[in-house]
Write a protein of this length. Structure first.
Length: 75
């Protein structure tokens, strides 16, 4: 179970990543965010961004064209 949920289904690159960044900026360190995306680019964009940030990717999975990310907010 996550603290926050963001459904970016149907949005094309770069919107899933931008909306994820905005949501993380509004969160407190330690909170978790679940992101759902359908844009295949998200599978690379979101993890790549997280590697360069203080946030961490707790879990990532793909099923039937839906990408799910569980992110822990950093500082």
């Amino acid at each position: 179970m996550s603290d926050h949920f963001l459904d970016t289904s149907g949005l094309r690159c770069p919107m899933p990543l931008l909306k994820t960044k905005l949501q993380l900026n509004a969160m407190q360190p330690g909170e978790t965010l679940e992101v759902i995306a359908t844009d295949p680019g998200s599978a690379e964009d979101i993890p790549s961004f997280l590697k360069l940030s203080s946030h961490s990717l707790e879990k990532s999975e793909e099923s039937e064209g839906r990408y799910r990310f569980l992110i822990r907010c950093g500082n």
